[in-house]
Design a protein around this ligand. Structure first.
Ligand code: ADP
Ligand code: ASP
Ligand code: MG
Length: 423
């Protein structure tokens, strides 16, 4: 017998029929003798719809009331799943975020979990009841509903798994595991049996939205065993206990598996960044600090930075990226400081994409960046900015070339699965 958290995403919960499939999967895990807690997302598209209502009601909406609205999507699906399980003869009940409660701190709409009270939850699970928990929801210190940021149900599931000491946290979604790149873009993407926490964290943070970044960081910190697998399976499909999906493992576990070491494990893309160029910035000490300090103070996350070789007259161009959602604020801040910083023009572009290659193999293989730049150049794809970490290289390119770049790199690093025709 094991204690399992099962999380089902939006497409898995989209409508009565799909919820019945989910209930079947849950019932099978319980019948295998496990104690089961289920974390659910709102139906696919529902949270977007609710966010739309908030914007219509008040473009400058109060985040506390936004949370009241958007948290409702998960309330509906948790109740529906409990009802469906009951209709199948299973004991089940829902536990809303404020009922457990899931304590959170910091801002509404992007709250962080601080602790979860699990005594009553465990007692219910031990009595053979399936606990159904709406993901994404929490409770603030002043007793109001909070939400954890988009995609936050993954984090709810991992946090609950850590709090109840679960043996495994299964994240059920609409693909059957983590792939070398988004399988909806590259048909030749290969499913990974294992991926390390560190690589998954990098992949998620550069756009592989199969797991919310924060959920991976939490799983790594708390040592939660996470599996990504599909809920779109037949009744006779192998059980989750046979690990049919992708397991996220530690470096040490990965070494023990003696998998063939790859240069690159995965490739991700992100179209949510914007590029800013400040022209003719004075080339002197303190100039870049004058640009980036105010952005940091405003909590605007700057990712890629390039300072061009100085021009004549001691001037240089500075290029960097910020999240598109923060572009207007960043632009306003910089315009306000035009005199102090001393730039000439501010040029912005949202039609850019960041393509990243990730792999712990980068620590031991040379030439990975060279392969990236050569492969992109051969297809005429221009690199506008570059950033690197120990296990990642990212380049900024024209958004229209995203799919082409991902495919070209996937082939260049030998990641293509055999026997599937190139698109
Ligand atoms: P859910 O609603 O279950 O939370 P998401 O839409 O958030 O599902 O995440 C699943 C999607 O992530 C897949 O449909 C796939 O298109 C996308 N994805 C992006 N990168 C990857 C990857 N490397 N491996 C698997 N899926 C990926
Ligand atoms: N329903 C929320 C969202 O769409 C949370 C989640 O699905 O993880 O962002
Ligand atoms: Mg998701």
């Amino acid at each position: 017998m094991a204690r399992i958290v099962m999380k089902f995403g939006g497409t898995s919960m989209a409508g009565t029929e799909r919820i019945r499939r989910v209930a079947n999967i849950v019932r099978r895990q319980q019948a295998a003798g496990h104690e089961v807690a289920v974390v659910v997302s709102a139906m696919a598209g529902e949270t977007d719809r609710l966010v739309g209502f908030c914007r219509e009601a008040n473009p400058l909406y109060d985040p506390a009331e936004y949370d009241v609205v958007v948290a409702s999507g998960e309330q509906v699906t948790s109740g529906l799943l409990a009802l469906t399980l009951q209709a199948m003869g299973c004991k089940a009940r829902s536990w809303l975020g404020w009922q457990l409660p899931v304590h959170t701190k910091e801002a509404h709409a992007k709250a962080r979990i601080t602790s979860i009270e699990v005594e009553a939850l465990l007692a219910s699970m031990q009595s053979g009841e399936v606990a159904v928990i709406p993901g994404f929801q929490g409770l603030s210190a002043d007793g109001r509903v909070t939400t954890l940021g988009r995609g936050g149900s993954d984090t709810s599931a991992v946090a609950i798994a850590a709090a109840i000491g679960a043996d495994r946290c299964d994240i059920y979604t609409d693909v059957d595991g983590v792939y070398t790149t988004d399988p909806r873009i590259v048909a030749r993407a290969r499913k990974l049996e294992y991926v390390t926490y560190e690589e998954m964290l990098e992949l998620a943070s550069v756009g592989a939205k199969v797991l919310q970044t924060r959920s991976v960081g939490l799983a790594m910190k708390e040592g939660v065993r996470v599996q990504v697998l599909s809920s779109f399976v037949d009744d006779d499909a192998p059980s989750a206990d046979e690990l049919p999906g992708t397991m996220i493992v530690s470096d040490v576990e990965m070494e023990g598996l003696k998998m063939e070491s790859q240069q690159v494990t995965g490739i991700a893309h992100d179209k949510n960044d914007a590029r800013i160029v400040l022209t003719r910035v004075p080339d002197r000490p303190g100039a870049v600090s004058g640009i980036f300090s105010p952005l940091a103070e405003a909590a605007i996350n700057v990712d890629m930075i390039i300072q061009n070789v100085g021009r004549d007259k001691g001037e240089t161009d500075v290029t960097f990226t910020v999240p598109q959602a923060d572009l207007a604020r960043a632009q306003a801040l910089l315009e306000d400081r035009r005199g102090e910083i001393g730039f000439n023009r501010i040029i912005t572009d949202t039609k850019v994409a960041k393509i990243s290659v990730v792999g712990v193999g980068m620590r031991s293989h040379a030439g990975i960046a060279a392969t990236m730049f050569r492969s992109l150049a051969e297809r005429g794809i221009n690199v506008q900015a570059i950033s690197t970490s120990e296990i990642k290289i990212s380049v900024l390119i024209d958004e229209d070339e995203t799919e082409l770049a991902v495919r070209v790199l996937h082939t260049a690093y030998g990641l293509d699965v055999e026997g599937v025709a190139a698109e």
